[in-house]
Design a binder for this molecule. Structure first.
Ligand code: AMP
Length: 121
């Protein structure tokens, strides 16, 4: 699947539509999910144009990979949900149709602030 420049997260990255920003650096943007599924529900997205985790794993640079994973940790600490600062959280990426991915720009969901429960429903 090729990258769709009109997906909603691409528009957020271009500042065409607003988001409730948590954190931003050279590699990632993080903002609150518009339809939270848990007490804390954040999204972390790479700034590069990657459709999903498979695309990212195959095509992103080493710096982008490190940047994304460090970004997740920075956001978790900022939200006080990391193991260090809080009681832990769940990071989840939906990938493709069977994975239930709706927005075709790679994103990690961070769920926290309460027990997250069953891994798969
Ligand atoms: P997924 O099913 O993994 O692709 O998740 C997409 C997520 O993006 C859903 O949890 C949506 O609630 C969230 N979402 C969609 N549009 C926006 C938006 N404009 N701002 C923040 N989150 C959004």
């Amino acid at each position: 699947m090729s990258y769709d420049d009109n997906n909603i997260f691409a528009k957020i990255l271009r500042n065409e539509i607003p988001c409730n920003k948590i954190y931003e650096d050279e590699f990632v943007l993080s903002f609150y999910d518009i339809n939270p599924q848990k007490k804390i529900h954040a999204l972390v997205i790479p700034k590069g144009k990657y459709v999903d985790l498979d695309d990212f794993s195959q095509n992103a640079s080493s710096n982008e990979m490190v940047g994304l994973f460090k970004g997740i940790n920075i956001v978790a600490k900022k939200l006080n949900i990391s193991v260090d600062a809080g009681k832990g959280y769940r990071a989840l990426a939906n990938i493709g149709e069977n994975g239930g991915q709706e927005v075709p720009h790679l994103h990690f969901h961070l769920f926290g602030g309460e027990k997250i429960g069953k891994m798969v429903s």
